[in-house]
Ligand binder design. Structure first.
Ligand SMILES: *[C@@H]1O[C@H](CO)[C@@H](O)[C@H](O)[C@H]1NC(C)=O
Ligand SMILES: *[C@@H]1O[C@H](CO)[C@@H](O)[C@H](O)[C@H]1NC(C)=O
Ligand SMILES: *[C@@H]1O[C@H](CO)[C@@H](O)[C@H](O)[C@H]1NC(C)=O
Ligand SMILES: *[C@@H]1O[C@H](CO)[C@@H](O)[C@H](O)[C@H]1NC(C)=O
Ligand SMILES: *[C@@H]1O[C@H](CO)[C@@H](O)[C@H](O)[C@H]1NC(C)=O
Ligand SMILES: *[C@@H]1O[C@H](CO)[C@@H](O)[C@H](O)[C@H]1NC(C)=O
Length: 494
């Protein structure tokens, strides 16, 4: 539900429509898809009002917004960071001091032509390729922050788009201000034992309460990572208790029922509930290097061994080299099931997967990242205080400092400074696939692939508009993308 809710957050309606209009299938199917999409969007949209989706930094942002704007005449000359596609829901305008530098941070778009405006910041999920701040002054820096997988903003996954930006903050480690560990809000979760249940008790639950060895809780069933297919195959070999909407076979206890909010999944009760399971499925919604979410951290936190599929390089971020079971290490789903069964019946082997709980983090790379990041550490964290309570504010500081640095260099006669231009290393994902019959993620998937490649045409049209200093209405953009696609398809088939 959370992911679906975020989905609507990400200009879902527009995208549902765009996607439906592009399919070259029959008319009835189009209408069907459109109606269903709209109904779902509407339902989720309404549910948002009842149970607002908490973003990592929601409370901090609203607290920030409550503050009175402190602008006065002395803010003239302070460089402006203008949120062009904003993460803030109301107007903000505030002078922020970061050590020896200052920036005026605002999302008041009327300031776009102000000579002090130096940086435009874009929140990826709200990025509108047809409405960019053009023409772009040659000194205008553009910065992108996008914490989600490209699943909903595939256009960013193209060179034309990503190279518009000078600075990035994404889940990928090579971005300028990486937020790969964003969902691990407190480093101490890794060695926390509050929600752990002893192996004796887990065995008792297995034997007398009929708990399956593996837990699955998902309500977002249709994903580019094709996780439901995988779990369906796994179920042929080993029992999986599934409590979410997807592949549901068990009812959640009353007190844990989700109400369209991820709060329920963050509650102590839910964590204890997960801790009762020996293993948890931890499959991300997209397969993308460094894309790691609470799906991995939650089971690690509560001592339920995660069965992981998502970032191919996830090993780099695990607390120890023996703390998770990686789907990619097995030749087939059957083999994986056999191994899980083996651990289920060999206590001392199973226990080895939880040793990291006692020995703290055994991964210098991860430890280093957690120590150096200057954001997060919510107030419930036992250890570590950070400078910013959200990576959003951390990125504002980062960009402000970089901008000042560039200005300083520019003012020094004869100084040469390399260009700051983002690349696909900052943000990219391979094409989505499906699992084959053995459980290997190798089959080209027509449907997601369609969306993935269609974004290429969006990127081309966006680039043409950008080069011509043009902005258009969304519906015009959709039309332009459609004809771009037709043009290319024709060349292809002729
Ligand atoms: C903002 O200003 C208004 C009016 O001047 C005042 O009533 C209110 O308490 C102020 N809010 C904060 C958070 O300072
Ligand atoms: C104007 O803003 C600056 C910070 O930008 C602050 O130091 C100064 O006290 C403010 N002056 C007034 C009169 O509010
Ligand atoms: C935005 O800035 C303009 C000045 O550039 C100002 O007149 C306007 O009131 C501001 N809007 C808001 C909502 O603060
Ligand atoms: C895991 O790490 C330990 C040391 O922490 C090392 O002795 C062992 O060889 C590693 N195992 C693998 C499979 O890399
Ligand atoms: C910022 O990016 C734009 C677009 O790629 C580029 O033209 C410009 O030179 C970059 N600015 C700097 C300072 O590197
Ligand atoms: C777009 O605007 C820039 C900056 O004003 C200008 O240098 C460039 O020639 C314009 N391009 C076109 C195609 O009008």
């Amino acid at each position: 539900m959370r992911t679906i809710n975020l989905f609507i957050n990400r200009v879902c309606v527009a995208r549902c429509i765009i996607a439906a209009m592009w399919t070259r299938r029959r008319f009835i199917f189009k209408v069907f898809v459109l109606t269903i999409s709209l109904l779902i969007c509407l339902a989720i949209f309404l549910s948002k009002f009842v149970y607002p989706v908490p973003k990592p930094s929601d409370t901090e942002i609203s607290r920030y917004q409550e503050r009175n704007i402190t602008l006065n005449s002395s803010s003239k000359g302070t460089p402006i960071l203008l949120w062009w596609s904003s993460i803030y829901s109301t107007i903000v305008d505030d002078v922020k001091t970061f050590g020896s530098v200052q920036c005026r941070v605002t999302n008041n778009r009327t300031l776009r032509n102000n000579p002090d405006t130096k940086v435009f910041i874009f929140y990826g999920s709200h990025f509108e390729p047809y409405d960019l701040p053009l023409p772009r002054h040659k000194n205008h820096l553009w910065a992108l922050i996008h914490e989600e997988s490209p699943r909903n903003v595939y256009i960013l996954n193209h060179e034309n788009t990503i190279t518009l930006f000078n600075f990035t903050s994404t889940f990928q480690r090579r971005s300028n201000y990486p937020i790969t560990t964003q969902w691990l809000k407190c480093p101490d979760w890794l060695w926390e034992t509050t929600f752990m249940i002893s192996l004796e008790e887990k065995n008792r639950l297995r034997n007398t309460e009929g708990l399956a060895p593996i837990l699955y809780v998902h309500s977002d069933c249709h994903t580019p990572s094709d996780r439901d297919s995988f779990v369906t195959m796994l179920q042929k070999y080993i029992r999986v208790d599934s409590y979410g909407v997807c592949l549901n076979n068990k009812k959640l206890p009353e007190n844990l029922r989700f109400r369209g909010s991820m709060l329920a999944m963050e509650s102590d009760e839910f964590l204890k509930f997960v801790g009762r399971y020996k293993f948890s499925i931890a499959i991300e919604n997209a397969v993308c290097d460094d894309y790691i979410t609470e799906k991995l951290w939650r089971p690690l936190r509560v001592g339920s061994v995660p069965i992981v599929f998502g970032s191919p390089s996830v090993r780099d971020f695990l607390p120890s080299n023996h703390s998770a079971i990686l789907v990619q290490d097995f030749r087939s789903v059957a083999e994986l099931a056999l191994y899980v069964e083996y651990l289920d019946t060999h206590d001392e082997k199973y226990d080895m997967y939880l040793r990291f709980k006692k020995r703290k983090i055994r991964n210098n790379f991860l430890q280093d990242i957690l120590q150096k990041r200057d954001w997060h550490a919510s107030k419930d964290c036992k250890t570590s205080r950070t400078k910013h309570n959200s990576f959003i504010f951390g990125f504002e500081e980062f960009v402000c400092r970089e901008m000042h640095e560039l200005e300083r260099y520019a003012s020094q006669a004869g100084s040469k400074i390399g260009k700051k231009i983002a690349s696909l290393l900052h943000y990219s994902c391979p094409e989505p696939k499906r699992f084959d019959k053995l459980g290997r993620y190798t089959v080209r998937d027509k449907e997601w692939l369609q969306e993935w490649t269609d974004a290429r045409y969006e990127a081309i049209v966006m680039w043409n508009l950008y080069s011509n200093n043009r902005t258009v209405q969304p519906d015009v953009f959709v039309q332009m993308v459609k004809s771009e696609k037709e043009k290319n398809t024709k060349i292809f088939t002729n």
